[in-house]
Design a protein around this ligand. Structure first.
Ligand code: PLP
Length: 430
């Protein structure tokens, strides 16, 4: 393991900030649903000489020499990704989830083409067509939401909008939604309108890989995009997977009908990116290997058990949860409806006792995105630290207690100390 001796000598200022961050991460609890703690092996892989290497192109077809090792690691990453997600093509080069999604749009669409995606304020991601993105200026996004009565995606609305607008891509997936997706239904709608079915599983990739949540490929989906750093617990980055070979007659370059996997590879490089980050790809391969182990399945199960228990206990203590609970790794507290605090106020309050969470919109939120009504919390990171059901009961009590003592700074300090003391028993993995 790196001892950071050189860093300390060369740049004490940054070394001190690194130490402070290690302390912050160990002394508090990470409840942000999209974050996790990587293993020592993944951390080691990130700090290797593969960062020195330029590898534009793909294994066996590069623009620079000296690729005998990089070709191997990228091929291993690809093969492991295919095994994990039961598909036949993987591009592991996208630098992030947002870039992966951008690449999918550009592979399959021409400017002005229509995409059906989930509304941001109902749980979709920014890159699913939010008007604030540049993507929304290029492509014609139409959006479905959830049925606020049942909390489920409004599948009938999704179908109606698809029939009316004839999108070329139908995108499901979310950043703030607590249920699994009816991929079979969505695929049947995609078939009905001749669209390609695409799932963005950035949040739940680890749970899908472990077999704890549905795999879109089992329902005939052609594209799956994801991040590698959320429940999948790898380094920060993105990935695009495909199954089957769909041809796009519209992308008829020089009279040659192009198929989806090729279009995606060509869009990632040279279409959007230059050299891939080979140290990250190395670390992705390591994380995939970890995710293929039986222990990872156990981890994913525990993430979901913990989320259920935490959601139940928060409800018992008077919190109102969007959809009333959770079927995955996250839950959204309607903070306004619970105790009249905004999501932002609750976030700041939790921060004071060492619990890190993120404010979030609730469906049809009337408040601004900068201070919405909800707070999203998730269990992937705390489960990595070894926490089980009894810790969830404890965390729920802290969250409730800090609301009660919110005007008493001294009591808040005491609670902060209690949290710090408690988490000592659950060291970071690395
Ligand atoms: C996190 C997330 C992304 C974006 O990933 P970045 O690596 O932050 O760019 C894309 N889609 C969904 C559904 C996400 O939750």
């Amino acid at each position: 393991m790196i001892d950071y001796k050189s860093l300390r000598k060369i740049d004490p200022l940054l070394f001190n900030i690194l130490q402070a961050e290690v302390r912050r991460q160990s002394d508090g609890l990470e409840l942000i649903a999209s974050e996790n703690y990587v293993s020592t092996a993944v951390l080691e892989a990130l700090g290797t000489v593969f960062t020195n290497k330029y590898s534009e192109g793909y294994p066996g077809k590069r623009y620079y020499g000296g690729q005998e090792n990089t070709d191997q690691i990228e091929t291993i990453a690809i093969e492991r990704a295919k095994t994990l997600f039961k598909c036949d093509h993987a591009n592991v080069q996208p630098l992030s989830g947002a870039i992966a999604n951008t690449a999918v749009y550009f592979s399959w669409l021409e400017p002005g083409d229509t995409v059906l995606g989930m509304r941001l304020d109902h749980g979709g991601h920014l890159t699913h067509g939010s008007p604030v993105t540049k993507l929304a200026k290029l492509f014609n996004f139409v959006r479905y939401g959830i049925d606020t009565e049942t909390g489920d995606i409004d599948y009938n609305q999704l179908r109606d909008i698809a029939l009316k607008n004839q999108p070329k891509l139908i995108l499901v997936g979310y950043s703030a939604y607590t249920r699994d997706i009816d991929y079979g239904f969505v695929k049947s709608v995609a078939d009905e309108v001749g669209a390609v079915a695409w799932a963005d599983i950035a949040h739940i990739a680890g749970l899908v890989a472990a077999g704890e949540m549905r795999n879109p490929f089992d329902y005939g989906f052609q594209i799956v995009s994801t991040t590698t750093h959320k429940t999948l617990r790898g380094p920060r980055g993105g990935m695009i997977l495909t199954k089957g070979v769909v041809s796009n007659p519209l992308k008829n370059v020089e009279k040659k009908v192009e198929n989806l996997p090729t279009l995606i590879d060509r869009t990632v490089f040279p279409g959007l990116q230059g050299g891939p980050l080979m140290n990250i790809i190395f670390a992705k391969a390591v994380a995939f290997q970890e995710a293929l182990q039986p222990e990872f399945k156990e981890y994913a199960k525990q993430v979901m058990r913990n989320a259920k228990v935490l959601a139940q206990e928060l409800t018992n203590l008077g919190f109102k949860l969007v959809t009333g609970g959770t079927e995955n790794h996250m839950m959204i507290i309607d903070a306004i409806a619970s105790f009249g605090l905004s999501g932002g106020e609750l976030e700041v309050l939790l921060d004071k006792i060492g619990l890190t969470a993120s404010k979030s919109m609730v469906p049809d939120d009337t408040r601004s995105p900068f201070d919405p009504s909800g707070l999203r919390i998730g269990t992937p990171a705390i489960t990595t630290r070894g926490m089980k059901e009894d810790s969830m009961l404890q965390i729920a009590k802290w969250i409730r207690h800090v609301v009660d003592i919110r005007h008493d700074e001294r009591q808040i300090q005491l609670l902060r100390d209690e949290v710090r003391e408690y988490v000592r028993n659950f060291p970071l993995p690395s």
